[in-house]
Design a binder for this molecule. Structure first.
Ligand code: CA2
Length: 147
């Protein structure tokens, strides 16, 4: 039976839409969730969309997705650049992982240019705002149907 795609969002993404629209756009996290649900529905998939500011909770959700999900989309926020714990949890997953960032991390400060998460990802999408989440769902849909 098909399992949902886990969409895991990290720290401060709950603030989307409230500040820095020139970097992160004007969509709120709730808007993003709705956008993902609509895209997944059109592709016959289900999504489980979550956000946490706590690294341990994010690790626990990745572990949950190992058995209860068909794939993972992860925007680890600032933990992308620091969290070996999230990397290890993702490396332990057999399901495909797509990393997403709203902004283009490579045109920003040098400390954002490296992401630990990328080493566990099948692919990385950044710089397309909320559209990046839809592209990630499409990419996973094709990985899942070819599995
Ligand atoms: O571009 C992305 O999606 C990021 O993952 C967003 C993170 C940032 O640390 C990464 O380098 C790139 C930050 C998310 C914080 O989002 C806010 C949105 C509005 C107001 C304040 C923070």
């Amino acid at each position: 039976m098909a399992k949902p795609i886990f969409i895991i969002n990290g720290p401060n993404l709950n603030l989307l839409g409230s500040r820095e629209p020139e970097v992160y756009g004007t969509e709120t996290l709730a808007d993003l969730e709705q956008r993902c649900a609509r895209k997944a529905d059109a592709l016959g998939l289900a999504v489980d969309f979550r956000q946490s500011n706590a690294e341990g909770e994010l690790v626990a959700w990745i572990q949950e997705a190992r058995s209860n999900g068909d794939g993972i989309i992860v925007n680890a926020g600032a933990y992308s650049h620091t969290s070996i714990a999230m990397l290890d949890a993702l490396l332990a997953c057999d399901v495909p992982v797509v990393e997403v960032h709203l902004s283009n991390i490579f045109t920003r400060e040098p400390f954002r240019h490296h992401s630990y998460v990328s080493a566990a990802a099948k692919g990385v999408i950044c710089g397309f705002g909320g559209l990046g989440y839809e592209l990630a769902i499409e990419a996973l849909a094709s990985s899942i149907s070819n599995a």
